[in-house]
Ligand binder design. Structure first.
Ligand code: MG
Length: 367
């Protein structure tokens, strides 16, 4: 894989440099109103975070400047807690492979797992629309209880609000998770080094494609299921086999392309992806091609990208593949120093192209 980065010629590097200088300008919030793109997890979401949330909350001393999947709190005893929160608005609420209830548990617990935390407890807050069938609510709550039990954690507190008919679309859930980070675990972008190997824990694009097809608005028949799953056990297996693992991120909204861009931004390094290596099911590739969307940007709900030390890449892959959720794990690229802050894809034809952060929102309400 080491020859990958070398395919980026010096002429291309000069072009990339100019693009990068343009991209490095702080994302500006140009909109007067919230648009769907602000919730897509890509460029507009980052601009909203930079222009509205971070200035307000950082000033109050309430948020750390790091942009990990979960915040870290260090107690007086030295114990490190991880906290993460997430809202779920997926439409439809039930789809092949799961429901909004499964997502609400797995999504938040996976964000804890991405900082190496083991879950301790969950909270759940519901916004219900007047007219929602109690039977449906009961089924979603049963999914959440079942998912939480399988992850070895309980929903210990919660809240319910009801809004009038038409003021919300059925049911929204927000979950917050608290976890404990074992001593010695430091998963962060600053630890990523040139030469590190990018791994993907399995096939990409399954969740977003499954939800899109479940909407039934497209005359496409394909057997695609969501990959919604808790990946904490898989992370434990990875960290046991590859203790020098640098960084993890679950590739949810915005897909693998967006999380690689977050890594490039936060590390100042370049991610070189190998298109030939990307694990994509033929059904997903086919559906995405018909829809004109790139699976690299499609949401996953049970997959993560890991950056591992080159000397531990083999052991890491072996450990991932030994777990049912990681059977399709592969190396998808590597980290280079130049050109800084970019994601570059070496295409099937051997050319290179820049992979930018998600722009706009091709798939709203996917999780
Ligand atoms: Mg995440």
């Amino acid at each position: 894989m080491t020859e990958l980065g070398e395919q980026v010629s010096s002429r291309e590097a000069a072009i990339f440099e100019r693009i990068e200088a343009f991209r490095r300008r702080k994302p500006r919030l140009l909109d007067d109103m919230v648009t769907l793109a602000h919730g897509a997890g890509g460029k507009s979401s980052a601009a909203l975070l930079d222009a509205v949330f971070l200035p307000a909350f950082t000033a109050a001393g309430a948020l750390p400047s790091r942009r990990d999947d979960a915040a870290e709190l260090v107690l007086g005893s030295g114990e490190r807690l991880a906290v993460s929160t997430d809202s779920f608005v997926v439409q439809p609420r039930r789809f092949p492979g799961g429901s909004i209830g499964h997502l609400a548990v797995h999504g938040t617990l996976n964000d804890l797992a991405m900082v190496g935390a083991r879950p301790l407890a969950l909270s759940a807050a519901f916004v219900l629309e007047e007219g929602l069938a109690i039977e449906e609510l009961r089924a979603v709550v049963a999914d959440m209880a079942e998912a939480a039990a399988r992850c070895g954690v309980a929903v210990v507190t919660g809240d319910t609000k009801v809004v009038g008919h038409g003021a919300a679309d059925g049911l929204y859930v927000t979950t917050t998770g608290i976890g404990s980070i074992p001593p010695g675990r430091e998963l962060r972008a600053e630890r990523v080094r040139e030469g590190d190997v990018m791994l993907c824990s399995g096939t990409i694009g399954d969740h977003g494609t499954a939800v899109l097809l479940a909407r039934g608005e497209l005359a496409i028949e394909a057997d695609v299921s969501s990959d919604t799953a808790y990946v904490g056990e898989l992370v434990e297996a990875l960290l046991a086999a590859a203790p020098a693992t640098r960084w993890l991120r679950d590739a949810t909204r915005g897909g693998v392309a967006t999380v690689c861009n977050e890594l490039a931004r936060d590390s100042g390094l370049t991610v070189v992806l190998d298109e030939r290596a990307l694990p994509i099911r033929p059904e997903v590739a086919g559906a995405c091609e018909l829809l004109g969307i790139d699976p690299l940007y499609v949401a996953n709900e049970g997959k993560f990208v890991a950056v591992v030390a080159p000397g531990e890449a083999e052991a890491a892959l072996e450990a991932l593949r030994a777990h049912p959720l990681g059977e399709q794990a592969v190396a998808i690229g590597e980290v280079r120093a130049e050109p800084p802050g970019l994601v570059v894809l070496v295409t099937l034809l051997g050319g290179t192209r820049i992979v930018d952060m998600l722009v706009g929102d091709p798939l709203p309400r996917i999780c």
